[in-house]
Design a protein around this ligand. Structure first.
Ligand code: SF4
Length: 441
């Protein structure tokens, strides 16, 4: 009798597992197929999709690019409808481009402009932003890492430790060290070619980070050396850094642990962001990464987003010009993030003075983000991006996600080449700081 009960329970369990897989596969198929169908407008524009910055058209245009790898035909894919910033900037029409030879346009940028340390160039002027294990799912992290490796650029761990599954892509994964020191270990610093110090995030400067207990599963807690289902705070700021000298000590600390790594310093955009940038230069950073107020996932508090940090469009020229005036501009790489949605935003940011951009939200949209804003909840993300739930996580197949992210960047590459051609330039590096090529309309 006992034996038959056991068998019956075993069958039930197997049945449930099989059923779960079926449900997951069904939803995954629907999402995958839906992302291909939605841009056709066969069922119209989904109600409530998007906002003034990320309009429904921009979201659908991003879905389409992630499916086809080409710029859309029917959608506005260059700007949103915020009424300011990148949405009001455009390039002058010069119309005297070089010959239409795809190979003749150079989109690469240097990540180390100092005389010492390894030279790392990436073939496109973007890399992936830090999104931690815990804030996003492992499958989404893997999709980003696979895409980064194939594109020969980078993605970033964010502050949540380094899941061992990422080690296969370690040459293309930036290790982030932030104030909570979650998952910071010597081996993960030694594995990285670039280490990023996150001092602040543009979406919530001065507030630190907060991962709600709901998302702190056993795996997340173990990676962060913490306790499951307990809320985790990353304080603001680093309580060991109150001067450029302290900052320098931090950078030196990284170089002692990993002498071959480049160091990136991520800061938000306060009104004195130019002073912060020059301090980071003297602290010996290779990359200064400024993060404006329009980035972040839906987990950033609404009251902070867009209301504290300076818009990135103001911050970039402020930092670029200050570094020029100090005579050190060509010794650091300036990366911009926090509101870079499209290929056109990237080139406008470069024309304002950045070397390149760091992309977060657009990669989320490529795999189906709808901007619903439920990111902070454990089971809030219906497409498997900002979740740690073991079932929702599986809604993203890493290979499928990687292909969509690569397709998006392939489309962006075509647009960057078209922009360079129209401006009569051959290299994205020639565009840096060329505000004379921009018009405000
Ligand atoms: S779809 Fe997911 S990632 Fe996008 S806003 Fe909603 S919860 Fe966040």
């Amino acid at each position: 009798m006992q034996c038959s009960t056991k068998i019956w329970k075993g069958r039930l369990l197997l049945g449930l597992i099989g059923e779960n897989e079926l449900v997951i596969n069904k939803h995954r198929e629907r999402i995958n197929h839906g992302l291909e169908v939605l841009p056709t407008l066969k069922f119209g524009v989904p109600g409530g999709l998007g906002n003034k910055r990320w309009t429904s058209e921009l979201i659908l245009a991003t879905y389409e690019q992630a499916t086809t790898g080409k710029p859309p035909v029917a959608f506005e894919y260059k700007v949103g409808k915020s009424g300011g910033g990148f949405d009001r900037l455009d390039f002058k029409k010069t119309g005297n481009g070089p010959p239409d030879d795809e190979e003749s346009f150079d989109l690469s940028i240097q990540l180390n402009r100092r005389p010492s340390g390894p030279k790392i160039d990436i073939p496109i002027p973007v890399y992936g932003a830090g999104m931690s294990f815990g804030s996003v799912s492992l499958n989404f992290m893997l999709a980003r890492a696979i895409a980064a490796k194939r594109l020969n650029t980078f993605t970033c761990t964010g502050e949540g430790g380094y899941p061992p599954q990422l080690l296969d892509y370690k040459d293309h994964v930036i290790t982030q060290v932030a104030t909570g020191m979650f998952g910071v270990r010597e081996d993960t610093i030694q594995a990285a070619r670039i280490v990023e110090f996150k001092y602040a995030q543009g979406a919530k400067p001065g507030l630190g980070g907060h991962l709600l207990a709901d998302k702190v599963t056993s795996e997340v807690a173990s990676m962060r050396e913490s306790v499951p289902f307990t809320g985790l705070y990353s304080p603001f700021p680093f309580h060991s850094v109150y001067s450029v000298e302290d900052h320098r000590k931090h950078v030196d600390w990284m170089r002692i642990v990993n002498p071959r790594c480049l160091v990136s310093v991520k800061v938000s955009t306060p009104v004195d962001v130019d002073m912060v940038a020059i301090g980071s230069y003297y602290a010996n950073a290779n990359i200064i990464h400024i993060d404006g107020g329009y980035g972040g996932t839906g987990a950033a508090p609404e009251i902070a987003k867009k209301n504290i940090a300076m818009p990135i469009e103001y911050a970039i020229p402020k930092v670029h010009q200050y570094l020029m005036a100090e005579g050190v501009r060509d010794e650091v790489t300036l990366m911009a993030s926090g509101g870079i949605r499209t290929a056109y935003d990237v080139t406008k940011a470069i024309a304002l003075g950045a070397d390149g951009c760091v992309i977060g939200t657009a990669e989320c949209v490529a795999v189906g983000c709808t901007h619903c804003g439920n990111c902070e909840r454990g089971r809030g993300c219906q497409v498997g991006i900002t979740t740690t739930d073991p079932e929702l996580t599986q809604l993203i197949d890493p290979e499928w996600g990687a292909q969509r992210i690569m397709n998006l960047y392939n489309s962006w590459c075509q647009q960057w080449k078209t922009i360079l051609k129209n401006l009569g330039l051959r290299s994205i590096r020639e565009l840096r700081g060329r505000t004379d090529l921009l018009v405000y309309g």
